[in-house]
Design a protein around this ligand. Structure first.
Ligand code: PEP
Ligand code: MG
Length: 585
């Protein structure tokens, strides 16, 4: 047995076979000369590989059509057309004849050249094709090399596995069948990285920041992954296995007990009522949010409509996604955040330059304001969907009043465009700013004049106020949500909102962290939005305490000089106010 320890990123325990995902370049691709006499055999190998690849793509196309959507299916359709393109195959044959090199090398070299030319094009349509060419060539090469399972797409996983990877891009996770992923172990990442957020959204136990696990685990290895303690055991001994099975039973029992809270309000013993909402990334999560008792969607991250390999979703696709969520939630409020790509969330269409500091670069509202037409596609889609329910709009990464004002002007323009086309939309849709940059927190009093509500994005607020890359496991220990600076930014934002008579929400991961619940209640936070599965536990804490007690803790935390002092205050408070061990903190 060997045990790896990382960051507990999504609770729960998984047992199963490892699937190691390596998105590596073809660094070990063989290159050797062939004789003219061998050319025909080499060509026959290619034809067989192309036929095999076509079968795989057809299967993916059908599955995407059934399970993901027509946009993704259209991408596989394009791949199929490439595999059947006679000109393309003729060019490969020519090069094979001239170079007399093995066919996988010929395919790789030719596709790389084409992809590089396409990538250099200013036209996004051509750049998208480059991604497709790379996908298709890797599929054919895998076939030629008899790689039994194609590793470049997580869409190929068709059995229950524990996924082990170095890092995953949000677009990788988009295509995978989440029901098949029983656990997730990654070298990179932290509790607030996007993979962690996704894992919690889908209730997949996850351990991140494991440094080298993807190099040490092989396909098919038996693993026990504990997302609550942050450990992954390879070939566990009998005792460990029994202990983990026991813990898993307890975990499920606790989840059942918390389920009883679903219909009860999030109210303290002295009648202080707050709203508990869910964060979602995919429309199909709305039902799950209701299952856990969410009183609305406090953050719908819309970027998954943008990062599908290929291109940003069209207005109609976006409209359908938003409508689906709004209909599912009925009268409950749904806060749709306008797109936040850039940083570590990459969109092939919008990304034009390699940035040295992407997290300080062209991301979120900055990108939207620089592409007003594309931004208005999204705003119109939201406006049109607004007749289906109770929508609010939220702008990410607002750094000051100018950006908020510009966004509101574009929202007005989108309204006029809908009016012109006689497309109905709800009146008085609330629009708010995310507070996730220190400059926004410092000027919250000014932003409150133009904002209908605030939502604190603590994942970024912590990253930017403490200068800690949220996805870098080496500095992760510094990104502590209980830092006095973070608490001060939060307090300042809530106070500024209340002074102007607007509500303060929080949709960063801190909102679902049980060790922060009492402080946040004490600071006066009105709405908490979190992974749906975190709602019952947070609700239980709220229902078991009084606002007066929380206020006393918040006052003490605000006087604390260090993270350690804040945490000590929370610990003492928990010992006096919460049953020991119940909250798993
Ligand atoms: C945040 O930064 O806290 C947030 C909710 O946004 P995201 O995690 O999507 O950046
Ligand atoms: Mg953010």
């Amino acid at each position: 047995m060997k045990t790896f320890t990382g960051i507990p990123a999504s609770a729960g325990i998984a047992f199963g076979k490892a699937f190691v995902y390596r998105d590596e370049e073809n660094s070990e691709l063989p290159r050797y000369s062939i004789t003219a006499a061998e050319e025909a055999a080499e060509w026959a190998r290619l034809q067989k590989a192309v036929a095999e690849a076509s079968e795989q793509v057809k299967a993916l196309h059908d599955r995407a059509g059934r399970e993901i959507g027509s946009e993704q299916a259209a991408i596989f359709q394009a791949h199929l057309m490439m595999l059947e393109d006679v000109d393309f195959l003729d060019q490969i044959r020519d090069r094979l004849k001239k170079s007399l090199l093995n066919i996988e090398w010929v395919v790789w070299e030719m596709c790389r050249e084409i992809a590089q030319k396409l990538m250099a094009s200013p036209d996004p349509i051509f750049r998208e094709r480059a991604v497709d060419i790379a996908d298709v060539s890797r599929r054919v090469i895998n076939s030629l090399l008899s790689v039994t399972r194609s590793r470049f797409s997580l869409a190929d996983i068709d059995e229950d596995v524990i996924l082990v990877a170095h890092d995953l891009m949000p677009s990788d996770t988009l295509v995978m069948d989440k029901a098949r992923i029983k656990g997730l172990a990654m070298d990179m990442g932290s509790r607030t990285s996007h993979t962690a957020i996704l894992a919690r959204a889908f209730n997949i136990p996850a351990v991140l920041g494991l440094s080298v696990i993807s190099r040490e685990i092989k396909d098919g290895d038996f693993l026990v992954l504990n997302g609550s303690s942050g450990t992954v055991a390879l070939d566990p001994d009998k005792r460990t296995l029994a202990r983990q099975e026991d813990e898993e039973r307890q975990y499920r029992d606790q989840a059942d007990r918390l389920g009883v809270l679903r219909e009860l309000p999030a109210e303290t013993t002295d009648g202080w009522r707050v709203a508990l909402k869910a964060n979602i990334e995919f429309p199909e999560e709305a039902e799950r949010a209701l299952h856990y008792g969410a009183e609305g969607i406090g953050l719908y991250r819309s970027e998954f409509l943008y990062i599908t390999p290929g291109k940003a979703a069209e207005e109609e696709t976006q409209y359908n996604a938003y409508s689906r969520v709004l209909k599912a939630m009925g009268k409950l409020p749904v806060t749709i955040r306008t797109v936040d790509v850039g940083g570590d969330k990459v969109s092939p269409e919008l990304l034009t330059v390699n940035e040295k500091n992407p997290l300080l670069g062209w991301r979120a509202i900055r990108m939207s304001l620089a592409n007003p037409e594309l931004f208005k596609v999204q705003l119109r889609a939201i406006l049109r969907a607004s007749v289906e329910g109770n929508v609010r709009i939220m702008f990410p990464m607002i750094s000051g009043i100018e950006e908020l004002e510009q966004a509101l002007v574009l929202l007005d323009e989108a309204r006029s465009e809908c009016k012109k086309k006689k497309q109905p939309f709800a009146q008085n849709i609330k629009a708010g700013a995310m507070i996730e940059i220190p400059s926004a927190a410092m000027t919250a009093d000014i932003l409150a004049e133009k904002s209908d509500f605030f939502s604190l994005g603590t994942n970024d607020l912590i990253q930017y106020s403490l200068a800690v890359d949220r996805g870098n496991e080496k500095v992760n220990y510094l990104g502590d949500s209980h830092h006095p600076a973070v608490l001060r930014f939060i307090k300042r934002t809530i106070d500024a909102a209340h002074e102007k008579g607007i509500k303060a929400a929080m949709c960063g991961e801190l909102a679902g962290n049980p060790s922060a619940t009492a402080i946040l209640i004490g600071l006066g936070l009105d709405e908490f939005s979190m992974a749906a599965s975190s709602i019952p536990l947070v609700k239980q804490i709220i229902r078991g305490t009084s606002h007066a007690a929380c206020k006393a803790l918040a006052d003490e935390a605000m006087r604390a000089r260090s993270i350690a002092e804040v945490r000590a205050a929370v610990k003492t408070w928990m010992a006096a106010n919460a049953p020991a061990g119940e909250y798993g903190i």
